[in-house]
Design a protein around this ligand. Structure first.
Ligand code: FAD
Ligand code: NAD
Length: 454
């Protein structure tokens, strides 16, 4: 019989491959089971593909209007086929990196579906075939797109993010159902590619869990770029229109309206993926399909843990990896090293959005007395010279102690700069301490100094 593993990880996304490498680096015998590609949703159908396509789309739209920078370009065009080639190059290179990381750490990788037979046995099937013994199991099987039960969901041209990211065509008109993170990133991509985009969002604002001012500003900016945004609107049906078009019928303020387009993207959230995971007779406590875990990521079965999207918490790649590191530390009897109290959230629109800690509205709702500082990036040199002067940095601090409690920014490089505030909040820094640092000139980060000192 094969040697017993210390840990079998099921799913090789940013939760699973990080957990496997981390556990193996402690000298423990580790297996990783994956039924698609290493890297999971994040690398193959999520973060990396969207941002690669977005990079091409933004460059394309910038080149078209670069005359005022003294650059003359005669003819510009782009093709999704070419962009897809670039996307494949990037994802392939990163996948090879994960493969190497697994080899270096001596993780046994099995390609197939992992099914838990009992708390110490996992079967691999549908690819490689094996039955493996283990002390612990970590479930990291991620999530898949939700498709709501709206009539017409199965029509050709009605796609989820997986399909749209693999598409080799650019729909001239795209209707997006859902004004959340995926919806807004695709609205940015497609409008930059020159498509006519319509967004239909059920709630009364887009990016509903972000700072209100950010939602309002983004809506305004996208509208100026020709994106139609309908909030407080419920999609009732999608049907076939003339000439191969799709008609998305939605009710907005009691009025029935239609959006006609060649493609419809459904981006209304993601559900936990537990397909093929639980063997006959093996059960775990679940809440509407999500695996329930305690504060140490342990499920209702001792020795079986779960992290990442499958637990249905915050569905972000960096959260998944952080939970993986903590869970592995806990299993090894160590202290969990990552503080999970402040998870930064980023949206890769143009301008970018970064948020961490609480917003002014949340502070008010929680009865916390705060001061809010705001700095407009139109006054920042780097923003102006690079033509990205739109946006602002907002900082929320305790009104008595001046300890920073939150920050929200909507500006160029917001997704990079937000980490300064994450570090500040986790370490209890005040406005004055954040302001005591020299930030180089000219940089976008100078806006942080101005915001905290202002
Ligand atoms: P996944 O990445 O979903 O990985 C799970 C893996 O397990 C998959 O490879 C799956 O095939 C495999 N698997 C499932 N069941 C089994 C089984 N029984 N046996 C073997 N293997 C199995 N997050 C960010 O932080 N930043 C972003 O910019 C961002 N952009 C995104 C854009 C899009 C379009 C989407 C869809 C998501 C995006 N996300 C982003 C979210 C991010 O991708 C997820 O939060 C992250 O991938 C979750 O990681 P995970 O390891 O939990 O699961
Ligand atoms: P989401 O929860 O962010 O947004 C879904 C939106 O769809 C919500 O605003 C919701 O009100 C709306 N909606 C739901 N049903 C609807 C209906 N029938 N009609 C109209 N609107 C409807 O989900 P998402 O955008 O699908 O993203 C899924 C997950 O992927 C998110 O949890 C997010 O964290 C992650 N993600 C992260 C990033 C990033 O970090 N930059 C990028 C993409 C995705």
């Amino acid at each position: 019989m094969a040697e017993k593993y210390n840990l079998i990880v099921i799913g090789a996304g940013p939760a699973g491959y990080v957990a496997a490498a981390e556990n193996a680096s402690k000298g423990k015998k580790t297996a990783l089971i994956e039924n698609r590609e290493l890297g999971g949703t994040c690398l193959n159908r999520g973060c990396i593909p969207t941002k690669t396509i977005l990079h091409s789309a933004e460059l394309f739209s910038e080149i078209k209007v670069c005359e005022h920078l003294g650059i003359h370009v005669e003819q510009v065009s782009c093709s999704m086929e070419g962009i897809q080639v670039r996307k494949e190059e990037v994802t392939q290179q990163l996948r090879s990196g994960i493969e190497m990381m697994m080899k270096k750490n001596k993780v046994d990788v099995y390609y197939g579906t992992g099914t838990i037979l009992d708390g110490h046995t996992v079967k691999v099937s549908g690819g490689e075939e094996a039955v493996l013994d283990t002390e612990n199991i970590l479930i990291a099987t991620g999530s898949v797109p939700s498709m709501p039960p709206i009539p017409g969901m199965d029509l050709p041209g009605v796609v989820n993010s997986d399909a749209l990211l693999a598409s080799k065509e650019i729909y001239p008109r795209l209707t997006i159902i859902g004004g959340g993170v995926i919806g807004m990133e695709f609205a940015s991509i497609y409008s930059a590619l020159g498509a006519q985009v319509t967004v239909v969002e059920f709630l009364d604002r887009i990016l509903a869990n972000m700072d209100k001012e950010i939602s309002q500003n983004l809506k305004m900016i996208l509208k100026k770029r020709g994106v139609e945004i309908h909030t407080g609107a419920r999609v009732e049906e999608i049907r076939e229109g003339a000439d191969g078009t799709l008609v998305c019928c939605y009710r907005e303020k009691e009025e029935l309206k239609e959006a006609v387009s060649e493609g419809v993207l459904v981006a209304v959230g993601r559900r936990a993926n537990t397909e093929g995971l639980l063997g006959e007779g093996f059960e775990l406590a679940m809440d509407r399909g999500k695996i329930i875990v305690d504060e140490h990521y342990e499920t209702s079965v001792p020795g079986v843990y779960a992290v990442g999207d499958v637990t249905g918490g915050i569905q972000l790649a960096h959260t998944a990896s952080a939970e993986a590191i903590n869970a592995v530390a806990y299993m090894a009897g160590e202290e969990m090293p990552v503080c999970m109290d402040y998870v930064p959230g980023c949206v890769y629109t143009n301008p970018e959005i970064g948020s961490v800690g609480i917003t002014q509205e949340e502070a008010k709702a929680q009865g916390i007395s705060v001061i809010t500082k705001k700095y407009p990036m139109s006054a920042n040199g780097k923003s102006l010279l690079s033509g990205q002067e739109r946006g602002f940095i907002k900082v929320v601090a305790d009104s008595e102690t001046h300890r920073i409690l939150g920050a929200q920014m909507m500006c160029a490089r917001a997704t990079d700069m937000i980490s300064e505030f994450g570090t500040a909040i986790v370490n209890g820094l005040t406005l004055e301490q954040m302001g005591s640092v020299i930030r180089p000139h000219p940089t976008f980060a100078e806006g942080i100094t101005e915001a905290v000192r202002g």
